[in-house]
Design a protein. Sequence first.
Length: 83
Amino acid sequence: MLVISSREFRSNQKKYFDLLDDKVQIVVQWGKDKSYLLTPLSEADALSVNPELINLIKAAEKKISEGKYKVLDPSKSIWENIG
């Protein structure tokens, strides 16, 4: 783990982003009482903060709870099931 000041981070952002890519944990200290952990955003993280996707999932969950879904027949092709 690497602890740096906010000034150091601002001055050398590329260096620290490269270190993040190499799996180095970086903590940026901001003033005397605050610190922040920098971490790369994964694809899964990006999806989890997508409000449109979250709304679609909630709407689908509601339909399922209301019984509005289709059970696929495993003996048929996907095209036969959706046709």
